[in-house]
Design a protein around this ligand. Structure first.
Ligand code: CLF
Ligand code: SF4
Length: 291
């Protein structure tokens, strides 16, 4: 493998941990996650959302915050960790399934115009919300795309809620994929920097990674992050992908996109430099923001 190459996004290098592509860049940048989004509109087979202090994985937070409580948390976090440049919303559910995330971003933007705003979504509601997202000045976007083939997607996300109806199987997969690709294209057209997160799921999508990378790159994505499955829930019987499978997936994706390799599978309330520092304990001490 080649040694470190030039940063993919010079304006974010060392400023945004998940859009920094050099080792020095990752080690410098801190982010704060605001767990304001409780619900989800799709049903991924690997997802268990929970509130606890124990689990180190996405979908988990100490507690849910209202948008106003989130503003108080940002103020406290900036005192604890002045190197925070990025405020992200990534759960515990989908940030576009309920209005709280965009309301929170508007409040944060008003008080701290210098902070980078970062949104992570499954993409189902992205075509509906992208103009509002761009208008709020959200500059980095992550869309989780686990398949671009509806048959494979149907295994990962067997059902979705779309326009007050429940869609199942391949029909659900078709709708989700179409919205994700349209949302990525429109986000790119608005000038957002777009990362795709892909959960690497042995026997389900491990031979499909190159096709995903090709399609999302064509839609306008700038970066891909291949996240090893945490086997649980409907995929509890699977093994986590081994080193060889992870390497093969990364090599396949690299034909089309820069690959982000430092993902820490963050909690929805993480605070600090991913993998280096974590202020969540101090942030969510027992004297937490008044209700
Ligand atoms: Fe958070 Fe995600 Fe923004 Fe980063 S995390 S919303 S893009 S600020 Fe980063 Fe954590 Fe991996 Fe996510 S290391 S889980 S990729
Ligand atoms: Fe869980 Fe995210 Fe999938 Fe919703 S989109 S079910 S929160 S992994």
């Amino acid at each position: 493998r080649m040694a470190a190459t030039a940063p993919a996004f010079p304006e974010l290098e060392g400023r945004h941990p998940c859009f920094s592509t050099t080792a020095e860049g990752h080690a410098r940048a801190a982010r704060l996650h605001l767990p304001v989004s409780p619900g989800c509109n799709i049903d991924c087979a690997f997802c268990i959302r929970d509130f606890n202090r124990r689990d180190q994985r996405p979908g988990v937070a100490t507690r849910l915050l209202t948008p106003e409580q989130a503003v108080a948390i940002v103020a406290r976090a900036l005192e604890l960790c002045p190197s925070i440049n990025v405020v992200g919303i990534a759960g515990p559910g989908d940030p576009l399934a309920t209005p709280h995330a965009l309301q929170t971003f508007a409040l944060v933007r008003e008080r701290w115009p210098e902070l980078v705003l970062c949104l992570s979504t499954n993409g189902l509601m992205l075509p509906d919300r992208i103009d509002e997202i761009a208008g709020l000045g959200i500059s980095t976007l992550t869309v989780t795309v686990n398949a671009v083939d509806p048959q494979i997607q149907a295994q990962v996300t067997p059902k979705i809620a779309w326009q007050r109806k429940r869609l199942n199987g391949v029909v659900a997969g078709e709708r989700l994929i179409a919205n994700q690709l349209e949302g990525i294209a429109r986000a790119a057209a608005h000038g957002l920097t777009v990362k795709v997160n892909t959960v690497l799921i042995p026997t389900v999508n491990d031979h499909h990674i190159e096709t995903i990378a090709e399609r999302v790159a064509a839609a306008g994505a700038n970066l891909i992050n291949i996240i090893p499955l945490i086997p649980q829930h409907g995929f509890a019987h699977l093994k986590p992908p081994g080193m060889l499978m992870r390497y093969a997936a990364r090599t396949a994706a690299e034909k089309y996109l820069r690959v982000f390799t430092h993902c820490q599978r963050c909690r929805a309330d993480a605070c600090g430099i991913p993998g280096v520092s974590d202020y969540a304990q101090q942030l969510y001490g027992d004297d937490i923001v008044a209700e």
